[in-house]
Design a protein. Structure first.
Length: 375
């Protein structure tokens, strides 16, 4: 584990960058279903203060806004500015009560102005949607489209620290259920299998393609390990902030455009030097490869560089590749394993990437070439 100061710096970089299941239930879903409903667990009380401008071209705006908020069932005060006023949204939680207070400024044109949004008098539908978000999710609003999966920085740091803990058991040869159980994920972040995920896994079971986990992920951080395990089943996970302020890990079918938890992180934005992470991968040496299947090249690279090399199973499937039948050659020359592997993989439209897990443990990830991905 990194020293606290290094770990803190790394988190800062990340924030700136950033049914059939009788054979598959993990217990978390069942526990989640037994929870008290959100509506009974946390009740939101919303109030709005609108500050009048010193001079205004629309003197009736305050009265009109007051009527609009009352029609929406929201407590509203329209008043003059006070010395300690701060425009924005804040909340306080007392037991099962969540009090959300909005302080907005009415500008000279009669619009409500907040730090990250504004409303005109004719935008009542837009205002109504926002009020619903505040009542459901609190001051943070909907997590959709927000950085850090809609979490506060402190919430992200806490989750990241939990997922940085290392895996203590061999995951190879286990089923999806068994391997996830052995990760011993924190109960504070329950797993949630979506309906689409259950359907997807049911299809895999019917097709008898629910293969065991291929890799031993001991000593890897739990976040990267979970992402890698799920990838073998065309799944991914992402944190999801719920209306009651809790966070669950949402497991769903993988889509390229998803903002899912990554399989390792690019070391560059974290301030990590590739040469210090993987010296043998980048240092010059004499290399020659003669009629070697890629399936045998991977363990050879591992033995020469001390780096684990993992091939994206989705890349292999989508490209229709058989690694046992892909024979590669590389002429004898002095070069680095990084350049050699890049040259060989490019022939089959694959690319190698150096990544690190949540503890800065380096590994090589081989996936499909994407011109938008930084090498």
């Amino acid at each position: 584990m990194n020293a606290p100061s290094t770990y803190s710096i790394k988190i800062t970089f990340l924030i700136a960058a950033l049914g059939f299941l009788g054979t598959l239930p993990l217990g978390n879903d069942t526990q989640a279903e037994k929870k008290i409903p959100i509506s009974k667990r946390l009740r939101t009380e919303l109030s709005v203060d609108l500050i009048l401008p010193r001079t205004q071209s629309n003197p009736l705006a305050g009265q009109k806004w007051a009527g609009i908020f009352r029609d929406l069932g929201v407590y509203i005060r329209v008043r003059q500015r006070q010395a300690n006023d701060a425009v924005g949204v804040e909340q306080f939680i007392y037991g099962t009560i969540r009090r959300v207070k909005v302080t907005g400024q009415i500008d000279r044109s009669g619009n409500i102005v907040l730090p990250d949004k504004s409303f005109r008098l004719n935008e009542t539908e837009k205002l109504k949607e926002w009020i619903k978000e505040l009542q459901l999710y609190g001051a943070q609003g909907t997590p959709k489209g927000q950085p850090l999966w809609g979490m506060k920085k402190a919430e992200f740091k806490k989750l990241y620290a939990e997922l940085a803990k290392t895996v203590g058991h061999d995951t190879s040869g286990l089923s999806l259920t068994e391997s996830i159980r052995l990760l011993n994920l924190p109960a504070e972040y329950p797993l949630k299998f979506t309906a689409a995920t259950r359907t997807h896994l049911s299809t895999l079971q019917e097709q008898q393609t629910l293969s065991p986990v291929k890799h031993d992920l001991r000593k890897f951080a739990k976040g990267t390990a979970l992402s890698m395990i799920l990838r073998g089943y065309s799944l991914s996970f992402s944190p999801r902030r719920l209306p009651d302020e809790s966070i669950e890990l949402n497991i769903e079918p993988y889509h390229k455009t998803d903002r899912s938890w990554p399989i390792g992180w690019d070391p560059a934005p974290l301030g990590l030097k590739r040469l210090s992470l993987a010296k043998k991968m980048y240092q010059s040496t004499v290399i020659e490869i003669h009629d070697l299947p890629i399936s045998q090249l991977i363990p050879k690279v591992h033995s020469e560089t001390d780096l684990d090399v993992y091939i994206d199973p989705l890349a292999i499937t989508s490209a229709g590749l058989n690694l046992d039948k892909l024979i590669v050659n590389f002429p004898r020359k002095r070069t680095s394993w990084s350049l050699c592997l890049r040259t060989v993989l490019a022939q089959v439209k694959l690319i190698q990437q150096l990544r690190v897990d949540e503890n800065n443990r380096p590994f090589i990830w081989v996936t499909l070439f994407d011109s938008k991905v930084k090498k």
